[in-house]
Design a protein around this ligand. Structure first.
Ligand SMILES: Cc1cc2nc3c(=O)[nH]c(=O)nc-3n(C[C@H](O)[C@H](O)[C@H](O)COP(=O)(O)OP(=O)(O)OC[C@H]3O[C@@H](n4cnc5c(N)ncnc54)[C@H](O)[C@@H]3O)c2cc1C
Length: 375
């Protein structure tokens, strides 16, 4: 339901973050126009994995992703089949006793954040996922995590925005962000609120945003229904994702609604070099087979790369950009933007309308960029 009519708002970028912002703004009564230089979900959103995950790599990331997990549960009844929502949960897999001890610590961290999880011993893990190799120590099962098909969820969020009066303009490239406006190639738009949700390209429109592309590879198999039942991630994934090394791979496997198995993941800092790195891809597949040997017998039908919008402190940039009147930033979500799109949108809109947000917004404020460069 739409609230009282508010001001005009422009969202630059129809990826999942822009779509979530558009839906939240339109529901709050803003007259929203979404501009995308290509089309909805043309960017990173169409090349990610769609794991909705409470991530505990820092207290701030956990607060944002736990909030997001709750918002995805709230949104679930409104999603349509295009979103391919699967309440499969995550299994954080421990290889040995040392990692299994870390599973207990992880459970306590999640419990303190209000996230339900269960410890599976070696036998329970083997029962839950028979295609994992024997001899693994156990896992933490985070029951509330989910999987979505990101382009489908993005289209649904844009439909929600449209149902509340928003316009979505494809093929409209923002060339310059102005005070309370956006200059495009053929037209200039004016609005009280402008949101830069251009993903990894956000810094081209707002110089000074410390966002760099962090490349990832994915591979998808033919259909093997039931081969994998939960989102599976090795416990070491956090090290791979959180530490800004030049190259890393981790075991990260996802069941798709189609019966396909989506295999990730890698991270590289190679600027915008998009071609397949066969060496990294081979390392990634070897790592996956080390956990699930039978994966090697499946037919991989497609491989591709994408660019995560990464920031130096691993947190997204959500909040006002004081140098330009009316400008708000919603970008830099690295490998968690599908998950945190909904919490980003709610945090941003609460701040725009002056409502108390559900979590502390200050750790995500882009102002920390200025503080960091001043220091
Ligand atoms: C391999 C890989 C795996 C991932 N797995 C997951 C996962 O499991 N879970 C998770 O939560 N996240 C995951 N992510 C991260 C997630 O995909 C991203 O964080 C998220 O998609 C970012 O969305 P966005 O809307 O900010 O950016 P984008 O999807 O890139 O959208 C930005 C949009 O802005 C448009 N645009 C850019 N410049 C302009 C301009 N000047 N004018 C107008 N429009 C413009 C683009 O066309 C694009 O449509 C993964 C990413 C990768 C690469």
């Amino acid at each position: 339901m739409t609230s009282a009519r508010r001001a005009d708002a422009i969202v630059i970028g129809a990826g999942i973050v822009g779509a979530a912002c558009a839906a939240a703004l339109a529901r709050d009564g803003f007259q929203v126009t979404v501009l995308d230089r290509a089309f909805p979900s043309a960017g990173t959103t169409s090349v990610g994995m769609g794991h909705i995950v409470a991530m505990d790599d820092s207290p701030e990331q956990l607060a944002l992703s736990a909030y997001a997990q709750r918002l995805w549960h709230d949104l679930a009844p409104e999603l349509d089949p295009r979103s391919e929502l699967d309440h499969c949960g995550t299994l954080w897999v421990a290889e040995d006793d040392a990692q299994f001890a870390a599973v207990r610590a992880k459970r306590d961290v999640y419990a303190a954040a209000g996230i339900a999880s269960e410890i599976l011993d070696a036998r329970a893990l083997a029962d839950a996922e028979p295609n994992l190799r024997p001899g693994l120590a156990g896992a933490l099962y985070v029951t509330g995590d989910m999987v979505v098909y990101p382009p489908g969820a993005t289209l649904r969020l844009l439909d929600i925005a449209r149902a509340n009066g928003a316009r979505v303009r494809s093929g409209e490239e923002a060339v310059e962000i102005l005070p309370n406006g956006v200059r495009c190639v053929h037209e200039t738009y004016h609005a009280e609120v402008v949101i830069n949700a251009a993903g990894p390209l956000a810094a081209r429109l707002t110089p000074g945003l410390p966002i760099v592309p962090r490349k990832g590879h994915l591979a998808i198999t033919d259909r093997y229904l039931g081969f994998v039942r939960h989102q599976l991630v090795e416990l070491g994934y956090l090290t791979s994702a959180h530490v800004m090394t030049n190259e890393s791979v981790a075991f990260n496997v996802q069941p798709r609604a189609t019966g396909q198995v989506l295999i990730g993941s890698s991270r590289e800092l190679v600027e915008w070099e998009a071609s397949l790195n066969r060496d990294i891809l081979a390392q990634m597949l070897r790592r996956a087979e080390a956990f699930m040997p039978a994966l090697g017998e499946l037919s991989v039908i497609r491989t591709w790369t994408g660019f995560r919008p990464a920031t130096p402190d691993k947190l997204p940039l959500i909040g006002p950009w004081d140098a330009v009147p009316g400008l708000w930033i919603a970008s830099g979500h690295e490998g968690l933007g599908i998950t945190t799109s909904l919490s980003t949108a709610r945090l941003l809109v609460d701040q725009i309308v002056g409502r108390a947000p559900a979590i502390d917004p200050t750790p995500y404020w882009p102002a920390r960029v200025h503080s960091a460069s001043a220091a």
